[in-house]
Design a protein around this ligand. Structure first.
Ligand code: NDP
Length: 396
């Protein structure tokens, strides 16, 4: 009886992308608060060992791995635990469809689109880390949120910061929002120096410990561009009311400027457990073991405007948002292919923005109307990007 009452009080949670960096930080918070949360479903892409490890400690009802070939191994590893297992893309969507109060959407890239949409469509509270799905399908996704009554809580640290200080009831008094950017590992480098940068250097972010794709996006500042598009959808603002400010210490996570001259900001140490915990406990707050901010110790916070010549990806993303139509989805798909090629040493670092720029030359002005349109557009843009790559953008 007591156990049943406790179960009723616990919030049930699913993690899409549990084996990744955001998934791991979410798991840490759940493990620190077992009396508050139970786990419904976990998903992974290919990392079977990590998925199995998480399943043993978090004890979900259902575990899915996207890679079909790992089904037998997963089933074997979890046999006798009572945990249901499945594999393949449909199984990942099945995990998102399983009942739970709260879903962490932390699959990287457009692969997260359908699972995230599945959770939205059943009206769940969705903590959104996967920015790519809003870049590719922002209008459709926001319409689906409205239609289902789902709650979308931004987890990206900048959007979470804005969410914390954005006075919805005073929307008319909001002048603009300002997304802060660390500038990544190549802040201050020249274009000639960037040409030589390796994947190892690009993923070594000075402030944040993240997955490989977002780390490279951070190094090109495409990440900030994707975030401008994400913010436009989340906060219903046009591109001219979204500024970017370089702030290498990553202490101020973003700001909202009001028409009376006030600027509200959210500060904290660069640790994803803070924004994740905010979304997990929302509308309350929860205690975390995140290092406390000591501004006297930090002493100096610095700011500068982004260097648009050294970081062309930022302008490309702003341009794609302004142009609308198919541009944001093509930008995202091409960037995913370009980052993958760079990580495999098939494209120089500066080739990432060049490939995206080339791909944006011939894009349709017509916006995708349905999720199927977005998926076809995404597949087509990936094929075009691969064709562009094979025509000579590769490193010698
Ligand atoms: P990681 O690369 O660390 O993790 C990505 C997750 O997605 C893993 O669980 C991976 O599985 C899974 N995955 C990859 N491909 C597929 C697929 N085809 N089908 C199903 N699952 C798949 O990324 P991060 O955790 O760093 O980032 C996740 C998302 O959150 C990204 O969209 C990123 O932009 C965003 N974000 C991340 C932040 C961070 O601090 N890391 C901050 C803000 C936003 P596996 O590893 O098992 O293959």
């Amino acid at each position: 009886m007591a156990e049943k009452m406790q179960e009723q009080r616990r919030k049930s949670v699913s993690i899409l992308g549990a084996t990744g960096s955001v998934g791991g930080s979410t798991a840490d918070l759940l493990l620190a608060n077992p009396e508050l949360y139970s786990v419904s479903a976990l998903t992974g892409g290919r990392n079977l060992a990590r998925l199995v490890e998480l399943a043993h400690v978090l004890k979900p009802g259902f575990v899915a791995i996207a890679d079909q070939d790992r089904y037998a191994e997963l089933k074997n590893a979890l046999s006798g635990t009572g945990i249901e297992v499945a594999a393949g893309d449909a199984a990942v969507c099945e995990a998102a469809a399983r009942p739970s109060d709260w879903v962490m959407a932390a699959i990287v890239g457009c692969a997260g689109l359908l699972p995230t949409l599945t959770a939205v469509r059943r009206g769940a509270t969705v903590a959104l880390a996967n920015k790519e799905c809003l870049v590719s399908a922002g209008d459709i996704m926001m319409r689906e949120v409205q239609a289902s009554g789902a709650t979308l809580l931004p987890v990206d640290s900048e959007h979470n910061a804005i969410f914390q200080v954005f006075e919805q009831h005073r929307r008319k008094s909001i002048d603009k929002i300002v997304l802060t950017a660390s500038g990544g590992p190549f802040l201050g480098a020249t274009l000639a120096e960037m040409e030589q940068k390796t994947p190892e250097e690009a993923v070594a972010h000075p402030q944040w410990n993240m997955g490989a794709k977002i780390s490279v996006d951070s190094a090109t500042m495409m990440n900030k561009g994707l975030e401008v598009i994400e913010a436009a959808h989340l906060f219903d603002l046009d591109v001219d009311r979204i500024d970017v400010l370089v702030h290498p210490q990553s202490i101020i996570h973003s700001l909202v400027a009001y028409t009376d001259g006030s600027v509200l900001a959210q500060l904290g140490m660069p640790d994803m457990r803070t924004p994740i915990s905010y979304a997990l406990a929302w509308p309350e707050r929860m205690e975390t073991s995140v290092q406390r901010l000591d501004l006297a110790e930090i002493a100096n916070l610095t700011f500068s405007a982004p260097d648009m010549d050294c970081f062309p990806a930022l302008a490309l993303a702003r341009g794609a948002l302004r142009s609308g139509g198919a541009h944001p989805a093509v930008l995202n798909a091409t960037n995913e292919i370009a980052v993958e090629a760079f990580l495999r040493k098939k494209l120089p670092f500066t080739g990432i923005a060049e490939l995206v720029s080339d791909a944006l030359q011939t894009v349709s002005a017509r916006a995708p109307q349905t999720i199927d349109d977005v998926i076809s557009l995404d597949l087509e843009a990936r094929a075009d990007a691969r064709a562009l790559l094979s025509r000579g953008r590769a490193v010698a």
